[in-house]
Write a protein that binds this ligand. Structure first.
Ligand SMILES: Cc1cc2nc3c(=O)[nH]c(=O)nc-3n(C[C@H](O)[C@H](O)[C@H](O)COP(=O)(O)O)c2cc1C
Length: 201
């Protein structure tokens, strides 16, 4: 079959962690391009449930403070890890841009929340693929604290909103070479060519 450029973008996209990003700024138009491509994701009932909180510059310090405070106040003592606390304060300052990913459920309740989450994940993948295509690194992080009421409150979100994670963006350091690894599709698929399901002889 003819090779299509989208295949390269999909397969070369990797998660690039903030520690592997350069602090160089990302032009505003580039961030806007990612966000515009995000909103072209499919969405059942055109509810467009995605909301993005973009943190850049000094605001990242405030975000880092919020993440640390929420981690400190919501993590049970038994699972509290000082290195995790430290990382939550460090990561937003290593990446030049951090986007908080939010799903705002359809107020009519017609669309099941699972589908609204799926639509937002499609939007994030649009951003991630766009980033990969232009040589920008990205990383979707989902520490447990994103699911807390405390975090929603501190970010000014509605209590019915779902925070789905933090999307770190930055130019990868020069020597970054990340290997991808996947199970071949055929091990995850079953093919049905004839009428077999529900058809007993
Ligand atoms: C919804 C979602 C949440 C994720 N959360 C985390 C996370 O909290 N920590 C982490 O190390 N990676 C996280 N990842 C990234 C995965 O680790 C990464 O996609 C996986 O290792 C495959 O690597 P690749 O993206 O380079 O192909 C998340 C990915 C998705 C889709």
């Amino acid at each position: 079959m003819q090779h299509h450029p989208i295949t390269d973008v999909i397969r070369q996209r990797r998660s690039v962690k903030p520690a592997l990003m350069r602090p160089d700024p990302i032009p505003r138009e580039t961030i806007e391009l990612l966000l515009e491509n995000a909103v072209w994701a499919p969405t059942h009932g055109l509810t467009e449930p995605w909301r993005f909180l973009v943190f850049e510059g000094e605001s990242r310090r405030e975000l880092a403070g919020i993440l640390q405070e929420v981690y400190r106040t919501t993590t049970p003592e038994a699972s509290f890890r000082p290195e995790k606390l430290e990382k939550l304060g460090r990561n937003p300052l290593l990446a030049p841009v951090v986007i908080v990913i939010v799903m705002q459920p359809d107020p009519t309740g017609k669309i099941p929340p699972t589908e609204e989450v799926a639509a937002v994940a499609c939007a994030v993948q649009n951003m991630h693929l766009t980033a990969a295509a232009i040589g920008l690194g990205a990383f979707w992080s989902s520490p447990a604290l994103i699911y807390t009421d405390t975090l929603r409150g501190r970010l000014g979100l509605d209590q019915t909103d779902h925070c789905l994670g933090l999307f770190y963006l930055g130019w990868p350091k020069d020597d970054v070479a990340l290997e991808g690894r996947r199970t071949p599709a055929h091990q995850k698929c079953s093919w049905h060519s004839d009428q077999t399901i529900g058809h007993h002889s």
